[in-house]
Design a protein around this ligand. Sequence first.
Ligand code: CP
Length: 309
Amino acid sequence: MKHLLATDGLDPDRARSILDTADELKKTLLGREVRKLPTLRGRTVITMFYENSTRTRVSFEIAGKWMSADVVNVSAGGSSVGKGESLRDTALTLAAAGADCVIVRHPASGAAHRLAGWLEEAGTSVVNAGDGMHEHPTQALLDAATLRERLGELKGRRVAIVGDVLHSRVARSNIHLLAALGAEVVLVAPPTLLPAGVEALPVTVSHELDAELPAVDAVMMLRVQAERMHGGFFPSAREYSIAYGLSEKRLKLLPEHAVVMHPGPMLRGMEIASVVADAPASAITEQVRNGVHVRMAVLYHLLAGEEDK
Ligand code: CP
């Protein structure tokens, strides 16, 4: 594997292999006082974030460091991007400086694919850490790792993805990965927050959250992305919360084994009640924890895996 740009088209065997590696890494490191493996010693990983992030950026940095890679963080604000340097020139500069892998988050859909093209000659790997409204593949992989931990194999499981699907790269990556792993996906959203062409996706669609909850194994709540709603937010925040928020009352509609998830950052009280986010059914903290092991596994497959280099 040279790059990880999307889950759309990701070979299901490759996805399972990354998840298995993440499981192994988690078991290996669990309870160890010094969580450091020598695997990527001498390799250089650069994170390049043009949009805000807490979870993805920090967990990639920790993942690289736990595998002994040299990790350098570049942000748009503190770099020559602020002087007008293009994405291409910035990427070529990082490759020339010795990057073996560039992890990029960018507001433009397709930015990671462009970067991978520009860095082909340099031989630098690219990981998409979220590009506009397109994909966020490592989020979907860590979500799958969390679901496997709680539910076992995903084949035949039913997962509801709820809320602002239109703007969500997390939803898009999860739809493709869950389908590839044999799970059923139901999107639950108001018509205004569904993407054009939704009928071409491997999903069913519902507008009634209460009707779906009793029949799912997991519910993924999405963040309402106000920063991408330049034309205003419809329904209103209050209407949204009433129709699509995961309240304490709605939690009781879920089967006992069902898992509650949210990629974060979450708007407590709007997308999800605080008491639900902190309930035993919630795997939100585990999602973050698994994010480190999954990102270690991704770096391993890109930089240390021997096959199809
Ligand atoms: N889930 C996620 O991508 O979170 P961050 O924006 O904090 O990285």
